[in-house]
Write a protein that binds this ligand. Sequence first.
Ligand SMILES: *Cc1c(COP(=O)(O)O)cnc(C)c1O
Length: 431
Amino acid sequence: MNYYSLNHKAPNTSFKDAVIKGLAPDKGLYFPENITPLPKAFFDNIDNLSYSEIAFTAIKQFVSPEIPEAILKTIVEETLSFDFPVVQLNDHISTLELFHGPTMAFKDVGARFMARCLGYFNQDNTNEVTVLVATSGDTGGAVANGFLGVKGVNVVILYPSGKVSEIQEMQLTTLGQNIRALEVDGVFDDCQDMVKRAFLDEELTSKMQLTSANSINVARWLPQLFYFMFAYKQLHKTHKDIVFSVPSGNFGNVCAGMMAQKLGLPIAHFIASNNQNNVVTNYLQTEEYHPKASVQTISNAMDVGNPSNFIRIQEIYKNNFDSLKNNLSSYSFSDVETKEAMLEIYNNYNYVADPHGAVGYLGCKAYLKEKPNAHTVFLETAHPTKFLDVVEEVIKEKQELPEQIQAVMGKTKVATKIGSYDDLKSFLLKS
Ligand SMILES: *Cc1c(COP(=O)(O)O)cnc(C)c1O
């Protein structure tokens, strides 16, 4: 598959090149030239397919011929070595648990898939690739874990000091080897801006091959479309109109869901559930898109003021506001509402949701007021114990830490503090 830049000022390129570059030379995000729907028989037969078989068939067209089928099968199987269960809360609300991977957030799948693709492309390459990534919390851990020990790949993670949870910080600062963490005096948008500036900096890019493991990278973004298929497999017999509520930050996940729909997956509607960072909620109300500085919330992975994948969503809908609006609703919720929702979910369904999932749940409820017959599925994007302070404060019950979390507690944090782009640049140049 070839990819084009959404800025339309760079040559089209292969999957391999798109993964290694991350962003096109004209700074546009890459988008696949074609999306060929899968045959109806694939969806009719989904009950008989394993998750790996579903994923392999769904992703094949986007990565071939650069990744041979046999290799792709292995990559997919290794990527998906954990479960993706749907838990039904009531007749109209279910949750899809995406937190059973090694760092207990949904980003594990994209990070593991991308790391394996890059590892494959880099196996005969003597030039190292530096993966530069900004994190609002979960990307850093998933990327650190996914890329640990991958030959020829160095990883540098920028995270906002004091604005990620303790567990998130441990996950991205304690692994060592080819993974290094930079603790930025600033907010997530500062980290993201520094990363973007590094990609534009010819002095840097002439000396090293930089790529991104944020969802701007097609190998991080596209595998997320699997989730929607896995949920469909579990729900389609009992529910017809399936609506996904996606807690959204950079809008990579919901955009991947829209790709699954393009492939023919019967999805009735999407809900982009936002915290107070509500650029897209406002856009759908006013048709005006105004990026703004992010504000800090208890669902920190969604504290994004200028969602990078929104441009891909616009491409999917050919910049047609009405057709986007027909397929996407968006609501925004405060931290107070989010905490109330966490308590309600716990009291009514004996289910512990994390703050991001709780925003997704609120999105379901808001949508059901308009369309009471739908079956809504909110994505539980992270395990509640990743946000231990908030969760225990709200539901007033001590949480048991899963194995994956226990494994990083008490390890030694190693991070370099930086305050400016120049600090980042000299760090990269001297390494
Ligand atoms: C990254 C993340 C999100 C937001 O996903 P996007 O693809 O950036 O919209 C939501 N919840 C959690 C827990 C996350 O880690």
